[in-house]
Design a protein around this ligand. Structure first.
Ligand SMILES: C[S@@+](CC[C@H](N)C(=O)[O-])C[C@H]1O[C@@H](n2cnc3c(N)ncnc32)[C@H](O)[C@@H]1O
Length: 240
């Protein structure tokens, strides 16, 4: 396909299909494939979680959004076995797999769409890893972040993973912010927020941006983690 046609197609997909509901179809197939073939790519060595292990070790109530195959839950169980882990996942088949996997009383499986979830407790740590935010479009992203901030305990924090990789871009999108991946059953259309988007998100949600931790995976992908709190916290807690 020529570059022009690709950009035209991407523009159409970005405008009409970049939303969380659409991306579920991609995940259903992706997860089944991943479950069967163990395709965790370069995240299975925990390059992200190793960087935030001190936050994980200190938290008592942890919410993981989009638990997938349990990669993050596995890590938390190992580093903080006392923590109460709320693993939230929208996909029913994955939820079933996770239920069978974790018999531990400290792991609470929540089958829900994060956009409609209302927790009954407050969390010390909310993890949205492996570019989870990107599964939503811009409007969904800000609405979700605003909600998540209200789920935190007074000193709690949200940690968001972000891919610095850009898609091929569209005609109206010179910054190449749409990520378009053709899956076996459906096309995934994600939105990778720019730094300008992020700054506007922090402002709109009225959050304190503690820091950005940049990292690279074993295969060389550039990624970053953003740490957010409701209010400014002491330097010792921020890991500075
Ligand atoms: C890339 S996987 C990440 C898995 C895991 N967090 C990790 O880091 O290994 C994203 C997961 O989020 C789930 N997901 C997507 N949209 C969701 C939503 N609205 N509510 C809950 N889970 C969702 C998908 O089904 C998928 O399992």
């Amino acid at each position: 396909m020529s570059d022009f046609l690709w950009k035209l197609k991407s523009l159409y997909l970005g405008l009409f299909y970049c939303n969380n509901a659409h991306n579920q179809k991609y995940y259903q197939a992706w997860e089944v494939e991943a479950l069967l073939h163990g395709k965790l790519k370069d995240m299975d060595s925990y390059p992200d979680l190793k960087l935030i292990s001190s936050y994980i070790a200190e938290a008592q109530h942890i919410l993981e959004v989009g638990a997938g195959m349990g990669r993050v839950v596995d890590y938390i169980v190992q580093y903080n076995p006392q923590a109460h882990i709320y693993a939230l996942e929208i996909d029913p088949h994955l939820c079933q797999e996770l239920k069978m996997k974790y018999k531990n009383n400290n792991v609470h499986l929540v089958h829900a769409d994060v956009q409609h979830y209302t927790p009954t407790i407050q969390f010390d740590l909310i993890l949205y890893m492996w570019s989870g935010l990107m599964d939503h479009n811009k409007h969904e992203q800000i609405a979700l972040l605003k909600k998540m901030l209200t789920w935190l305990s007074p000193e709690g924090m949200i940690i968001l993973d972000n891919s610095d990789r850009k898609g091929k871009g569209t005609l109206l999108d010179p910054e190449n912010r749409y990520s378009i991946i053709s899956g076996s059953a459906a096309i995934y259309v994600g939105y990778i927020p720019s730094d300008v988007d992020y700054i506007s998100y922090w402002k709109k949600m009225n959050a304190h941006h503690v820091k950005r931790i940049k990292y690279q995976t074993e295969t060389g992908y550039h990624r970053s983690l953003d740490v957010l709190t409701k209010q400014a916290i002491a330097p010792s807690k921020s890991g500075e």
